[in-house]
Design a protein around this ligand. Structure first.
Ligand SMILES: *[C@@H]1O[C@H](CO)[C@@H](O)[C@H](O)[C@H]1NC(C)=O
Ligand SMILES: *[C@@H]1O[C@H](CO)[C@@H](O)[C@H](O)[C@H]1NC(C)=O
Ligand SMILES: *[C@@H]1O[C@H](CO)[C@@H](O)[C@H](O)[C@H]1NC(C)=O
Length: 382
């Protein structure tokens, strides 16, 4: 039982080793180096960071063809093998930099940059070639064939996969026609590329390199979106409306705040006036006491304060006063006024405090407004 599970485990381990790629110094066979049939990547026995050297072992790569090469995610950027200088190229194996080859010489699959560019490479350079050269059927060509001339096509069927795993062929057709032309697959002659909306059967036929599902040339993949003028107007109006809305809301908000503050200030002012009147009343009362006729005995003075008919008691009169206003301290000395005026006419007694009776209880909207009590304000201001 134990030996059986061990042998199963070791078999699994061997299988794992067999399927894993070799690392530095481990054996490999250059006979197994080939292009993957689906992706046309170079496949070797070695891990992607090594190549299979001629002595049959995996060796460190001496160059890289991509700025960010595959398989080096564990390495920092300055640990990567170097890029090759101008005039040289790094082959798919990545063993070492080699000089670019002349037109007509062999090149690796889709490695246009392995071909040495011509003198007039600037005239021929386009987005479907590299500095005017193109590698077709593993041979370097110039992309200089003109309209109506015989051209070479290299069709490659890549295997692409849908999200559900289904595979389909994705055909890329390349040719050596000059810019603005494509090589027709049946006539094998260079023809003018088609404009947007014209019928097409492949991306290369379109100047935009995008043959849509409706078999018509569509917009280029990197074509910027050009919104119509009315969209600009709509957006501008939206922005203006939004900003205007904010301003209006702030204006209303500020107006309400200002109003509340104004009322608060007025109330404070009225309170201060009432306070001042109260102090004045006290001072008045004191003066009244001091202005009793000379030689008045203290008993007489006191009795003048407390005698029954002076009539001012809290029980009878407090209800007539606003709750926050001090009792009229002069009432004790104004009998005649009081009797003439009667309890309903207190405002005519000698009481500055009653000002607040009017301002504070003037009724309705006016109660908090100092300016709405003209009688009191004119009487006591200054
Ligand atoms: C095999 O060749 C590579 C590259 O030249 C070298 O780095 C490696 O040391 C060699 N291995 C042996 C066992 O000679
Ligand atoms: C293409 O031309 C540019 C500009 O001269 C140069 O920098 C670049 O290395 C060339 N590419 C190749 C693959 O030769
Ligand atoms: C393209 O360039 C090659 C090499 O310079 C030349 O032999 C050939 O005639 C050119 N073809 C065209 C159509 O200009």
């Amino acid at each position: 039982m134990v030996s059986r599970s061990i042998s199963v485990l070791s078999a699994l381990g061997l299988a794992g080793v067999a399927s894993a790629k070799s690392v530095f110094g481990e054996a490999c066979s250059q006979d197994n180096t080939h292009l993957d049939s689906a992706t046309f990547n170079l496949v070797t026995d070695c891990d992607p960071t090594f190549y299979c050297a001629s002595n049959g072992t995996c060796a460190n790569k001496g160059c890289r063809k991509d700025i960010y090469p595959f398989g080096y995610s564990a390495y920092s950027f300055d640990q990567l093998p170097p890029l090759c200088p101008t005039g040289q190229f790094c082959p798919d194996e990545g063993d070492q930099c080699l000089p670019q080859v002349a037109i007509g010489e062999p090149c690796q699959k889709d490695r246009d940059n392995e071909c040495a560019p011509p003198e007039n490479y600037k005239d021929l350079a386009g987005f479907l070639n590299t500095n005017g050269t193109i590698c077709l059927n593993y041979v370097c060509h110039l992309a200089n064939v003109t309209l109506g001339q015989t051209c070479i096509v290299d069709n490659t069927a890549y295997t692409a996969y849908l999200t559900d795993g289904d595979a389909y062929a994705f055909i890329v057709s390349r040719d050596n026609c000059a810019n603005g032309l494509y090589c027709d697959g049946t006539a094998l002659q260079c023809m003018r590329t088609k404009k947007v909306g014209e019928a097409c059967s492949g991306n290369k036929e379109c100047a935009t390199y995008n043959c849509g599902n409706d078999a018509k040339c569509g917009k280029a993949a990197d074509d910027p979106i050009h919104p119509p003028a009315w969209k600009y107007v709509l957006v501008a109006l939206g922005i203006i409306g939004f900003v205007g809305g904010i301003f209006t809301a702030l204006w209303f908000f500020h107006r309400r705040n200002r109003k509340e503050n104004q009322i608060r200030l007025e109330q404070y002012y009225n309170e201060q006036i009432a306070y001042r009147q109260s102090i004045m009343s006290m001072s008045h009362a004191k003066n009244s006491l001091l202005s009793l006729p000379p030689n008045t005995s203290p008993e007489v003075a006191r009795s003048s304060l407390f005698r029954d008919d002076s009539g001012w008691t809290s029980a009878t009169n407090d209800a007539l006063l606003p709750p926050n206003v001090r009792r009229d301290s002069t009432s004790g000395w104004s009998d005649s006024d009081r009797q003439a005026a009667g309890p309903g006419n207190l405002r005519h007694t000698d009481s500055e405090v009653l000002l607040m009776h009017e301002t504070g209880h003037g009724g309705g909207q006016r109660e908090s407004r100092y300016a709405d009590a003209p009688e009191s304000s004119s009487r006591y201001r200054g």
